[in-house]
Ligand binder design. Structure first.
Ligand SMILES: [Zn+2]
Length: 430
């Protein structure tokens, strides 16, 4: 057993439903086989277990490991392609890079870069858009298994509109997806996600095969894009002229269900939100991507009013990096800019969005997302360099919530001093 010492902050009770930030200042967690078995004041816990090893994470804050519910493995090397709206950005910047993953050796390098970026930002669980090539998805799962990070991912499929070398057929999509799921779903911490790119690039036949694969692989997840950009929404409407709205293109194939996570949903309509709420589908809010691509302002209030679950995604490489602290801050900015139409997010909301909400969206809430007894000890230790503005800010904070607000405002991956998954260090310890 190990006693972890530090200031532990989490949100076991949803702040959007009246819950408050929980803070264990000068606290301790006793972890056995990766699971939190006792928590309390450091002095007391150490006195009760004098023989146990201690790991000192004091100085700064310890937060639950971040959960990224929308991030693209093949796009790590093209973060920062600014200046284009979605469809141009896809054609000129993103898809040429995604096509390079046809080469498994290239994919190995990308997977290494991707997983390093993910974990060093403090992310311990992620729903990952895989590659269009099965060998590249194998590479991702292989490397993720070596690190121990909790990855839910799958083969990205499309059968129209994109460049020809990214297209598949209905049969190959099903067969290759099933083979990958049989190799990886439920193996270690890996799970399979059925992943059509977006209905713009997917025929009805392909979406139907996605639903069949989802049914065939018990406990598999579903993710895709929706309502990201106005031109994309119009193009989908033109292609699916028998659909009421974008969501119908998925819903009529049974793809809106518990275990489905829809990225963006910036231009959601009321009827779509009603269906998502009723079917318990989640939205992955990706605010830096939405700003960088000029996609629009996420209607958080409307999602909450309809009862649609919202978690956060970095959307690398449309987003501007792996840090979910930055995504939290950008979400806050955006809601501020929406004024009366925005939701006044506080630090506990931001922490919840990047931890417990993500865990719930991925069906992992019984395992991770907060530091309650019985949960796995997945954690990120943020300990800024002495004398840095964040260090000064935390030292002078008026309580834990204030310290957390400063961390969302100024924290970066450079402030991550340690990352733990099931009690095992996976990132830098300094
Ligand atoms: Zn995306």
């Amino acid at each position: 057993m190990t006693i972890f010492l530090g200031t532990f902050l989490d949100t076991p009770h949803d702040p959007f439903a009246g819950g408050e930030l929980r803070a264990e200042t000068e606290g301790a967690l006793l972890v056995r086989d990766g699971v939190i078995v006792e928590r309390g004041a450091a002095q007391q816990l150490r006195a009760d277990h004098p023989e146990e090893e201690t790991v000192d994470l004091s100085g700064g804050l310890v937060l639950p490991g971040f959960v990224d519910t929308h991030v693209h493995f093949p796009q790590v090397r093209m973060i920062g392609a600014l200046g284009m709206p979605l469809l141009d950005w896809l054609e000129h910047s993103t898809l040429p890079e995604e096509a390079r993953l046809a080469d498994p050796t290239y994919a190995e390098g990308v997977a290494t870069d991707f997983l390093h970026g993910l974990v060093s930002a403090g992310t311990t669980s992620a729903l990952v858009f895989g590659a269009h090539y099965p060998d590249a998805v194998d590479v991702l799962f292989t490397q993720a298994s070596q690190i121990g990070v909790r990855i839910t991912s799958g083969l990205v499929v499309s059968d129209r509109i994109l460049r020809p070398d990214l297209l598949t057929s209905v049969e190959s999509a099903y067969d290759e997806g099933l083979a990958l799921a049989q190799r990886w779903h439920g193996v270690g911490r890996n799970r399979y996600a059925v992943t059509p790119r977006f209905s713009l690039s997917c025929s009805d036949g392909l979406l139907e095969s996605c639903a069949a694969l989802l049914d065939a692989v018990e406990g598999s997840w579903f993710t895709t894009h929706i309502n990201e950009n106005a031109a994309e929404v119009t193009a989908v409407r033109d292609l699916f002229d028998d659909c009421d709205h974008y969501l119908s293109s998925y819903h009529r194939h049974g793809l809106v269900r518990p275990g489905s996570v829809y990225a963006h949903n910036v231009h959601a309509t009321g009827p779509e939100l009603e269906i998502m709420a009723e079917r318990q589908a989640w939205a992955a809010h990706c605010p830096t991507s939405n700003a960088a691509l000029g996609s629009g302002m996420f209607p958080l209030k409307e999602h909450l009013a309809h009862g649609v679950g919202v978690a956060m995604g970095s959307d690398v490489g449309g987003g501007t990096g792996f840090s979910l602290l930055k995504e939290g801050l950008q979400a806050y900015f955006l809601q501020q800019l929406l004024a009366d139409r925005g939701y006044a997010l506080g630090p506990a909301h931001l922490l919840h969005l990047v931890t417990a909400a993500g865990a719930a969206a991925l069906g992992l809430a019984d395992q991770v997302g907060d530091f309650s007894l019985g949960k796995q000890f997945d954690a990120v230790w943020l300990c800024p360099a002495p004398g840095s503005p964040l260090d000064v800010g935390i030292a002078n904070a008026d309580g834990p919530a204030h310290a957390l607000a400063k961390t969302f405002t100024m924290g970066t991956p450079a402030d991550v001093a340690g990352v733990f998954i099931a009690g095992v260090p996976v990132g830098t310890m300094r």
